[in-house]
Design a protein around this ligand. Structure first.
Ligand code: ADP
Ligand code: MG
Length: 746
């Protein structure tokens, strides 16, 4: 007798074709939905639920409600033109008719035939004065002679059915059926990370229960609790990864303690032409505490455009150069409160400031030079477009410790740049850098056995909870007030047809001594074949009808603004030219500057009070806010005119949000609503947003709770070596393989 080998029991890792009811054809259909294992199937969650309600006569249906009706199909037809759809006309026992419409067919056209008796459930709409049900779920009922109601037509009562994201040739119902068949085998294999009590205290289900009830909720409440439970698990997994990473950063290699005593503090403040705002002082206090320790600082400084982040960076950088580098000289006084290099007897540590664009790096360089003009702290500028010879000189000075402060672009990350003693790195406008660039700078001084303190700054204010998700391993500080005397910027959204009026008005303002930025998205009218600097990739290529900076500058100079000096700046100019033009604008040798988004971040010219943005509908909300932030930096009233089409709902919402809100935080919230969390953070922060249930708007308490719990756990067991944490450890390492390595936990 031949005995068939027994089927191995299904596990979460078993390929899906071995699951009950799945043959090769089904397996291929499931693969198209990224379901290749039994686990994938179990974790394939409904996108919605249908409440199957009591049956009602068609004549009583109200639009917008859910309904279940039964009746006979009078006619069916396939409508091939787009959108391709299948329509059927159903008549109930009372003789009332209802249209049924399906967009996803799954062979419906052959299965539904006139004369069939069916029950359908779906949402009621109205189509040509007739009730219609779109995409209804349906089941055939036993054929019955007219007038007699079939047995199976008994009302099913109210129950909740899951609706799964369907494929092109597999329906939601088919997926539901497959899940129902395997769920009892698979569920017990899902690891539980938490004791049941722990979850109960927080009003959660166990993880297994939650998964079960996501697929088959008995009530609406059930499914909300299930969703909360799974969202918490997702956040918790992510926060554990974050906590491990943070623990590792803080405990791997030490940083140089940089102690700012009161004398140094006073000297730094004396450099500034203004008093710091309370918010700036608060942040500086946190930074002072961080820097004094041998655990590397890892702090995110958020502050709206114009809130004065640069001086905070300067403060931290001066702390580095003012701290004696004991590995260089044993002589000297320890603290160099004069910031002087005394015959190389005193050598401080070094600090670097990395900016995303050359324009911004150049501007920071000039700012620091001006502030430190009388001092002997040496500052160097390093950007990619500097002539190689000049670069080599600067690189040598950096390597030998001759310069204390280095300002640059990502050119600082080059292998040829070796710091003598890099104690602090400031990354300005961090959202403009990729993840790799941000972590590359951290490892810069590896050869000297220290980790630099890191301060990252951003003017893209992201809601606090979102910051916890995306930058959870950082401490967050916020500058939540602007320097005194700032006036809100008047913002107006104006149709492009008003262009001439706008520029005539600009002319009157220029006559009064103001200066203007005029921003357009494209450089020229031809498709530039020159590859754009990746950092400046927001200067998207010309798209047929977009106006360009080159043409607009010529046009304005020869016509509406002919009495004024109109400059031009964009990312394809070389650095010297750009620097020269910015300098001329700063010195008011130019009245207006026609620019691409190269001026988007950081540029600081107090006398510029007018900002005109053409094709404003083409820009994202945060980008518009950044651009607007180039004005309103002094005490004068500033204006921002958004010229553009308001043809789509989306462009209307964006431009109106700009008119309505001046705070970057408000605008970020609007952006979050309009674009969702992944979009807002951009691909640079992906992974952090790869959640299914965790949604910051759904339940704002879940993230802080999971964060507390995860940090608590990691503090007690930083490497998750406790046997009861083994499952969690495996899942963290699998899911966050690219951010956490075995080196962090091994
Ligand atoms: P951002 O946060 O956008 O980088 P900046 O650091 O460029 O802002 O500062 C914007 C402007 O405000 C600069 O001209 C700066 O000199 C000025 N500023 C910064 N702090 C203060 C302050 N406490 N009082 C007055 N002006 C300030
Ligand atoms: Mg700035």
């Amino acid at each position: 007798m031949i005995t068939m080998p027994e089927n191995p029991p299904l596990t979460l890792a078993t390929p899906i074709q071995y699951a009950k009811g799945v043959g090769p054809a089904r397996a291929a259909q499931l693969a198209a939905l990224n379901i290749t294992t039994c686990g994938d199937l179990l974790f394939y969650y409904p996108r919605d639920y249908l409440t199957v309600v009591e049956e009602a006569p068609i004549s009583t249906l109200a639009p917008g409600t859910l309904a279940t009706i039964t009746g006979t199909l009078l006619q069916t037809r396939l409508i091939p033109r787009r959108p391709r759809r299948f329509e059927a006309l159903l008549e109930d026992a009372a003789g009332t008719k209802c249209v049924l419409t399906w967009f996803n067919l799954y062979g419906l056209e052959s299965r539904l035939q006139p004369g069939m008796h069916i029950r359908v459930t779906g949402k009621v709409t109205v189509y040509r004065d007739r009730p219609q049900i779109m995409q209804p779920q349906w089941e055939p009922l036993a054929a019955s002679p007219a007038g007699e109601s079939p047995e199976s037509a008994a009302p099913p009562g109210s129950r909740i059915e899951p609706v799964y994201p369907a494929g092109t040739d597999i329906s939601s119902q088919a997926i539901a059926k497959l899940i129902r068949r395997q769920i009892d085998t698979l569920l017990p294999q899902v690891p539980e990370w938490f004791a049941a009590d722990f979850l109960k205290e927080r009003n959660f289900f166990t993880r297994r229960d939650a998964i079960l009830k996501i697929h088959h909720p008995a009530s609406k409440n059930d499914h909300i609790t299930a969703r909360r439970t799974l969202a918490y698990h997702e956040f918790f997994l992510h926060q554990s990864a974050v906590a491990i990473k943070r623990y590792h950063h803080r405990n791997a290699t030490p940083a140089v303690p940089l102690r700012v005593d009161d004398r140094v503090d006073a000297r730094i403040r004396a450099l500034l032409p203004f008093n710091l705002t309370p918010a700036q002082n608060r942040v500086i206090e946190s930074i002072r505490k961080d820097l004094a320790g041998s655990k590397p600082m890892n702090r995110l400084l958020q502050g709206d455009v114009g809130s004065g982040k640069t001086v905070v960076a300067l403060y931290a950088m001066l702390a580095a150069v003012a701290t004696k580098n004991s590995s260089v000289s044993e002589k000297g006084t320890g603290i160099n409160s004069e910031f002087r290099i005394q015959n190389s007897e005193f050598r401080g540590h070094q600090a670097a400031l990395m900016a995303p664009t050359e324009i911004l790096a150049e501007q920071h360089f000039i700012t620091l030079q001006n502030l430190l003009a009388e001092k002997k702290v040496k500052i160097a500028l390093l950007t990619g477009s500097m002539p190689p010879k000049e670069k080599a000189v600067v690189q040598r000075q950096i390597a030998e410790g001759d310069v204390g402060l280095v300002v640059g672009t990502h050119a600082l990350l080059s292998e040829n740049v070796q710091f003598k003693s890099l104690a602090l790195v400031v990354i300005d406008e961090q959202h403009k850098f990729g993840v790799e660039q941000r972590s590359a700078i951290r490892t810069k001084p590896a050869h000297s056995g220290i980790t630099p303190h890191i301060l990252v700054m951003t003017a893209t204010p992201i809601p606090r909870t979102l910051a916890m998700t995306a930058f959870g391993d950082l401490d967050v500080s916020v500058i939540d007030e602007l320097p005194p005397g700032r006036q809100p910027i008047h913002t107006k959204a104006t149709p492009a047809s008003m262009r001439e009026e706008v520029y005539r008005w600009v002319a009157t303002k220029l006559k009064g001594g103001d200066q203007a930025f005029i921003v357009l998205p494209a450089i020229d009218e031809t498709d530039p074949q020159i590859p754009l600097d990746p950092i400046q990739n927001s200067e998207f290529r010309i798209q047929n009808s977009l106006r360009s900076v080159i043409t607009t500058q010529k046009e304005l100079q020869s016509d509406w603004l002919k009495d004024f000096r109109v400059g031009l700046i964009h990312g394809r100019m070389n650095a010297d030219t750009r620097q020269h033009i910015m300098e001329r604008f700063r010195q008011h040798l130019l009245d207006a500057l026609v620019a691409t988004t190269v001026i988007e971040v950081g540029v600081d010219v107090a006398n510029a009070t007018l900002m005109v943005i053409e094709h404003a509908d083409r820009f994202g909300l945060s980008q518009l806010h950044q651009l607007r932030g180039r004005v309103g930096r002094g005490k004068k009233q500033s204006y921002c005119i958004l010229l553009g089409d308001q043809s789509t709902d989306d462009s209307v919402s964006r431009l109106q949000a700009m008119v309505k809100h001046s705070s970057g935080f408000k605008i970020a919230e609007e952006d979050l609503k309009l674009r969702g969390m992944g979009q807002l953070l951009g691909t640079a922060q992906s992974g952090a947003t790869d959640f299914h249930f965790a949604d910051l708007l759904f339940d704002p308490h879940l993230l802080p709770m999971s964060r507390r719990d995860a940090f608590h756990l990691i503090a007690a067991d930083p490497r998750l070596l406790d046997p009861t944490h083994a499952q969690l450890r495996t899942e963290v390492l699998t899911k966050f393989a690219d951010t956490i390595t075995l080196a962090d936990v091994g």
